[in-house]
Design a protein around this ligand. Structure first.
Ligand code: HEC
Length: 201
């Protein structure tokens, strides 16, 4: 009898403890659907601007002087181009590319971002289509992840030894001696555009 009472008392206090915790720590990272949609729209606008500029330049460079020319360009100017274009983004919006297998070490995803990558990879494995994932960092700071998936033409510079263009990769490997961004196949998850949004609306 005594033990029963004790048990009840313990479970009650545990329950109270949990409820108390959930009151003292409000889930301030939850996002309502409307805000989520707004953040996705803002992110998409930024991604279109930067990715569009990168893609256009890549196409022009391949056309002008083939893959080696493009490799030279990407190895020397891709980052500065992204930086230049980023300046044209809306106020409070920043964009970068992050990955778990970086070519440029500055693109390495941190631990928190790798957790989101796992979330994305699981969804992809289950055959789910993922558009974007929105995370709330603080009351007005949001982060939007847009997965980057490999296509056939990326393999010229990111594929396995048979798929890579030897001249282009010769240039790349000199610039990035610790390159981890190879051996990809079409359809593989490559990383994400990460859009930071400070929302003052
Ligand atoms: C002509 C060669 C070339 C082609 C084709 C190419 N890339 Fe790259 N890629 C590079 C180089 C060089 C870098 C490193 C740029 C830098 O220093 O930021 C890079 C970097 C990246 C990054 C940044 C992360 C990291 O590892 O540094 C992503 C993401 C990426 N490429 C995805 C793609 C995708 C997707 C495609 C196909 C649509 C593609 N690349 C096609 C050469 C290429």
């Amino acid at each position: 009898m005594k033990t029963k009472k004790l048990l009840l008392a313990t479970s009650l206090s545990t329950l109270l403890l949990f409820t108390a915790c959930s009151y003292t720590q409000p889930k301030n990272n939850s996002i309502d659907l409307k805000t989520e949609q707004e953040m996705k729209l803002k992110a998409m606008k930024a991604i279109k601007t930067v990715a569009g500029a990168l893609q256009n330049t890549l196409n022009v460079k391949v056309k002008e002087g083939g893959l080696s020319n493009a490799a030279i360009f990407c190895s020397t100017h891709a980052t500065s181009l992204s930086k230049e274009v980023s300046k044209t983004l809306d106020e409070g919006v920043k964009l970068k590319r992050i990955t778990d297998k970086p070519r440029n070490p500055n693109s390495q995803a941190n631990d928190e971002q790798l957790v989101v990558f796992d979330e994305i990879k699981t969804k992809l494995l289950n055959g789910e289509k993922i558009d974007m994932i929105v995370k709330r960092k603080s009351s007005n700071h949001y982060q939007v992840y847009k997965p980057i998936i490999m296509s056939g033409k990326c393999l010229n510079c990111h594929g396995n030894d048979e798929k890579r263009n030897p001249e282009a990769y010769n240039i790349i490997s000199k610039k990035y001696p610790n390159d981890k961004a190879i051996h990809y196949k079409a359809g593989d998850f490559r990383g994400a555009f990460l859009v930071d949004i400070i929302n003052n609306d």
